[in-house]
Design a binder for this molecule. Structure first.
Ligand code: F6P
Length: 466
């Protein structure tokens, strides 16, 4: 049990705690979340007696008492049912999320959402201010908490504050549409270090800050109101060791063979694994697959597509629409090209455990990662980390952060359906030699820039900031 009222020298704040609740019959227990951030911070958090994580449990209502799971000290921050709608579904996911993803659906601007966003950010800042020991290091994560660095700086000037944005930062021309653009930049500039996934994101942020607040940019640092904030591209990695261990596990390998057999042992399997989100380009990839089948460039006897779509944010604008469109396309392809007992697209609207995902990565010849915009995309990296024999082809959108690192992937523009079709067809026919050279280069990248190195790299730079 984490002690109430004690002070910590390292505090992490994120929208979600690193745990999720699982139910066994009538009893619930907390287990560590599978996400990339949890793996990345495990080495610096788990078992560290000086570290605590503040965040929401995922359950609306009054905050629970602090607790410990798997070595992570968790300090719940409460979010009410009303705030869930206005702060999380509203401002975070229907204003900031679409705006920061190039306005793929129109962002909505509501003053009531903004008020709730400010209130929840104030609660986070007050919680962290209370948890942090004198001169502690604080690391704040993602777009739900953009105001926290500034609020915290005012309350606790002694703290060393880092912020990492997991999603893209948009072009200045888009960002300045936000009615609260200055408050958000001011909020972020409370940090000593701001990390973004890509160089483009870092440039966009510096340009927006200069335009909105008149701040001075010198090299990578923003100077504003007597303070300096360093802005760097620090791309996140995955827990490569864990994926590699799973890929080497005979049970996972047997499962890969079994899945392939269940699919009817096709010549080629194409795979997509995404949260069901309009940013992920799932519909474009299905449309491309359908046209390739219609034009006879791929054959339904030979090629099977598997699409895992993890349920996500179903109450937020745009998500039900993309689900309808994806499911209609799946029906359309199967109706036209499937035969009794053998669909051409196997679609699961379910989340899968990581063991099952690694088995899928292993059995798939072609991995389709085609978002219209994505901060990083860890699925692309997990696929590469699962291919110990250097086989497999990754078709990757150039609008993902991952494309900045996995340069030997088959890079595509997901808006260009003909280009996507050409790349998918080429990927299916790629020779083992060519695929092997590309995969080896990508595997070097995911072995080098792991989640753990990312976390250590961020914290080392933060240390150097003040
Ligand atoms: O990509 C941003 C992100 O917040 C991830 O950190 C997270 O895994 C994912 O989106 C899902 O988010 P949510 O908390 O809305 O389910």
């Amino acid at each position: 049990m984490a002690a109430v009222n004690r002070k910590w020298s390292f505090v992490v704040a994120a929208n979600r705690l690193p745990v999720r609740r699982v139910w066994e019959g009538d009893t619930a227990r907390w287990v560590p979340s599978p996400g990339g951030l949890v793996s990345a911070l495990r080495p610096v958090m788990s078992g560290n007696p000086d570290a605590v994580w503040a965040g929401w449990t995922g359950v609306p209502g009054p905050g629970a008492e602090p607790f410990e799971v798997d070595g992570f000290q968790c300090h719940p921050v409460s979010v009410s049912q009303g705030e869930l709608q206005l702060f999380y579904e509203g401002f975070s996911n229907a204003t900031l999320w679409p705006l920061f993803h190039d306005a793929l659906v129109p962002p909505e601007y509501h003053r009531t959402w903004w008020d709730a966003y400010r209130t929840v950010n104030q609660r986070y800042a007050a919680t962290v201010a209370d948890l942090a020991a004198p001169s502690a290091t604080v690391w704040i994560h993602d777009y739900h908490l953009l105001l926290v660095p500034g609020l915290l700086r005012t309350a606790r000037p002694d703290l060393r504050i880092g912020f990492f944005l997991h999603i893209p930062f948009p072009a200045r021309e888009l960002y300045i549409r936000l009615p609260w653009r200055a408050a958000i930049i001011d909020g972020l500039l409370g940090a000593d270090l701001i990390g973004l996934q890509t160089q483009l994101g870092a440039d966009n942020f510096r340009r927006a800050a200069a335009r909105v607040t008149g701040a001075k940019i010198i090299g990578k640092t923003i100077h504003h109101e007597g303070r300096a904030t360093r802005v760097d591209a620090i791309p996140i990695g995955i827990d490569t060791g864990r994926i590699a261990r799973l890929a080497a596990d005979p049970a996972v390998q047997a499962r890969a063979t079994e899945i392939r057999h269940t699919l009817g042992s096709p010549g080629t399997v194409l795979l997509g694994v995404d949260r069901l989100d309009y940013t992920k380009g799932i519909d474009a990839r299905l449309r491309a697959f359908k046209e390739l089948l219609s034009e006879g460039r791929l054959s339904a006897e030979d090629c099977i597509m598997v699409q895992i779509a993890e349920p996500s944010r179903s109450q937020v604008t745009g998500y039900a629409e993309v689900r309808n469109s994806v499911e209609q396309l799946v029906g359309d392809v199967n109706g036209n090209f499937g035969v009794m007992g053998r669909p051409v697209v196997h679609y699961l609207h379910q989340s899968q455990p990581i063991e099952e995902l690694v088995a899928m990565y292993q059995m798939a010849d072609v991995m389709l990662v085609t978002p219209l915009r994505d901060g990083m995309n860890l699925v692309a990296k997990e696929y590469v980390a699962s291919r110990a024999d250097n086989t497999g082809v990754l078709v990757l959108s150039e609008f993902t952060g991952a494309a900045q690192e996995l340069k030997t992937a088959e890079l595509i523009n997901p808006h260009d359906i003909e280009g996507l079709k050409t790349a998918m067809e080429a990927a299916v026919h790629r020779s083992d030699d060519e695929a092997g050279v590309a995969m080896k280069a990508m595997r070097r990248v995911v072995r080098t820039n792991t989640a753990q190195r990312w976390a250590e790299g961020f914290l080392t730079r933060l240390e150097a900031c003040r």
